[in-house]
Ligand binder design. Structure first.
Ligand code: WTA
Length: 651
């Protein structure tokens, strides 16, 4: 452990007294519930599951093994998550409660407030339209939407009829869309004409058209949003407002087995193409309902704002399924934090009297740079709880969030979790735990983290190691769509019998967990997960590129930036034009979010005698840690290192 890291271990921030008032979990309750969640896992989870409506109540909870890998939860139960997120609240007399508040990109644009009764009608209309188009239970439906309520309607409509949604973030390219449509053999796409972001339009339908030139589908449902002109292919493309005319005003929720698939979400790993992580119905429903309830300590009537896009897992679990299953009011924001001004988040909090605000460290760091003035301009007195997710938060940014946004009296939950975990895994609970800036905190109910050394030795007490989870939890991903072997290989083969997260982590003497970042070839750029292998594949597609190696480096705002080492074909020379072409190449293959920060042309890469690239060295150079290169004696040609260092300094 470095001295600097350990230095933060004793920096306690007391949970505000107000956080304990009316909370649904005190410190004593946490201890008792956590203990029971392990000792009587079935009893505990069946009890949590009671808050949901089941068509058939489950009689058992977890039934799982990590070796061989087979995971089931609530397997003999039947339910529909759309019913739980929508219909049951209307049936309980809460139809007039606001489910979604839509804040458009343009602050002068029309706000929409959609009640649970209206949400039900909208979801039924969308579900009926999907059926009319021929979508059936079990079909995969691709959703490529801006952050507008219709994105949530589309997800819920799929869940209602038992179709499996695969949401693709609007920042992905046609190439990436095509790959994902092909991987899960999806015959249906729901998109908007265009999206808005910071006053500019995003050509969503045009991107879909370009993707469909490579992989045909049966039909595309197009939601009119900006009104921009788009091409419509006769017989394949349908305007939602037209095709939805006259669909029945009823569409029953399909009874789903707890282990029926709910959605696929593609995420990056250290090798190959993105994986289609598969979540099923019952466990995910219970996990998102329970984590939302306890982590955000949601109280009826409050406005909850998670700034994540529905294209990421955070948007799935904490814009849509978690809040709505709890009957909460969730804000959906189409825009960006810094447009039209750096106060957009704070203006929006004040405008809608947001009580709970959940965002990413990268946004906090970017806004921190603008100083306190944009924050102080607005009345943030509605705020009661703050949260972060997506990457480690540096204590300095945590302090700013706590002091400048929270005025020193709000609890902050730093929630660690992953696409594969379905919902929050490690966090403090607002009424139960004191906080430590930079530490995620304690395991949620049922979560048993373990720190493991490279050789598999389990570390006890205060220690640093690779973070594994040794027991299944209801929200755990069940497989990689169509490739269970890859699921087993990726998560359960590094340490047999354990789920390996890919993250490094430190546990301090108080049992608090400090995530130190990925230990594999995944980088986290502005909270977006990216496989370095994906960026490399994109670069080598260019015919002037012989080889590429991509690593992350610390970036003040983004957390990590993308540093690409590129070797050109014999006879080719680096130039500004080539640099621009390579950047474009990556944007075309993956999307703007993967755009390289640095391209470092080099005649050769550091390789071992057996031809393996030594990434450790490339990382050090990218990080500018030139004094600690470690052992370079196994390199085929150690002089490469000096050349690379020189190349970096002259960059
Ligand atoms: C990182 C996002 C530190 C981590 C929900 C993880 C975090 C990856 C935190 C998953 C946090 C997420 N502190 N690191 N609070 N939350 N991470 O799948 O490296 O997009 O493995 O899920 O983000 O990213 P994903």
């Amino acid at each position: 452990m470095t001295e600097e890291a350990a230095h933060h271990d004793h920096e306690w921030v007391r949970r505000p007294a107000a956080a304990a008032q009316g909370t649904n979990c005190t410190a004593e309750q946490y201890e008792a519930m956590y203990a029971r969640s392990l000792e009587d896992s079935d009893g505990f989870w069946l009890e949590q599951a009671e808050r949901l409506d089941w068509i058939e109540k489950p009689t058992r909870a977890g039934d799982w093994s990590f070796d061989p890998v087979a995971i089931e939860w609530f397997a003999d139960g039947k339910l529909n998550i759309c019913h739980n997120a929508v219909d049951r609240h209307v049936a309980a007399g809460h139809g007039n409660r606001v489910a979604l508040i839509f804040e458009p990109d343009d602050p002068a644009g029309a706000v929409r407030r959609i009640t649970y009764a209206e949400l039900q009608a909208e979801v039924i209309r969308m579900a009926g339209t999907l059926k009319k188009m021929g979508v059936a239970r079990g079909d995969r439906v691709t959703i490529y939407m801006p952050m507008v309520p219709e994105g949530a309607f589309a997800m819920l409509a799929c869940a209602r009829i038992g179709a499996v949604h695969s949401v693709i973030f609007g920042g992905f390219s046609p190439e990436a869309i095509a790959g994902r449509i092909e991987d899960c053999a999806s015959d249906w796409v729901i998109c908007a004409d265009e999206g808005w972001r910071g006053g500019k339009t995003i050509p969503l339908k045009a991107n879909v058209d370009a993707a469909l030139a490579k992989v045909p589908v049966k039909a595309v449902l197009v939601v009119r949003h900006t009104g921009g002109a788009v091409a419509m292919t006769e017989g394949r493309d349908h305007w939602y407002d037209e095709v939805s005319q006259g669909v029945p005003s009823e569409c029953p929720c399909e009874p789903m087995a707890a282990e029926d698939p709910l959605f696929i979400l593609y995420t990056s790993g250290s090798t190959g193409k993105p994986k289609g992580v598969l979540h099923t119905t019952g466990g995910y429903a219970v996990w998102t309902e329970t984590t939302f309830r306890y982590v955000f300590d949601y109280r009826p009537g409050e406005v909850f704002w998670c700034t994540a896009d529905i294209g990421w897992v955070t948007g799935h679990s904490y814009v849509v399924y978690g809040p709505l299953q709890n009957g909460a009011t969730a804000l959906m924001f189409e825009g960006v934090p810094n447009w039209p001004g750096h106060d957009r988040f704070w203006a929006t909090v004040a405008k809608h009297k947001v009580n709970i605000f959940y965002t990413a460290p990268t946004a906090i760091r970017a806004l921190m740079r603008e100083g306190a003035e944009p924050v102080e301009k607005h009345d943030l007195s509605s705020l009661r709880l703050l949260g972060t997710v997506g990457e480690p938060i540096n204590p300095e940014a945590w302090r700013w969030y706590e002091t400048t946004v929270g005025k020193g009296h709000l609890p902050i939950v730093d929630t660690w979790w992953q696409t594969e975990t379905g919902g929050v895994m490690i966090t403090t609970l607002p009424g139960a735990h004191d906080m430590k800036p930079g530490s995620a905190g304690k395991p949620f109910f049922g979560v048993v983290p373990q720190l493991v050394e490279s050789d598999g030795a389990v570390l006890e007490g205060a220690a640093s190691g690779n973070l594994c989870i040794v027991r299944s939890w209801p929200g755990q991903a069940r497989t990689v769509y169509g490739d269970h072997d890859r699921f087993v290989q990726t998560y359960f083969s590094t340490y047999t019998g354990k789920y390996f997260t890919g993250d490094g982590c430190r546990r301090d003497a108080d049992g608090y967990y400090w995530i130190t970042g990925r230990v594999d070839d995944v980088i986290n750029v502005s909270g977006h997960r990216m496989g370095t292998a994906e960026v490399e594949s994109a670069l080598v597609l260019h015919d002037k590129v012989a080889e590429a190696a991509v690593v992350g480096f610390p970036h003040d705002i983004k957390g990590q930036g993308i540093y690409c080492y590129v070797t050109l074909m014999e006879g080719e020379e680096p130039s500004d034009a080539l640099t621009a072409e390579l950047r474009q190449q990556v944007r075309t293959e993956i999307g703007p979010i993967a755009s390289p920060d640095h391209l470092h042309f080099t005649a050769s890469l550091p390789k071992t005698r057996s031809g393996k690239i030594m990434r450790r060295i490339l990382r050090k150079i990218a990080e500018n840690e030139l004094g600690s290169m470690g052992d370079t004696s196994t390199l085929a040609d150690p002089s490469v290192v000096d050349t690379l260092i020189e190349g970096r300094l002259n960059r």
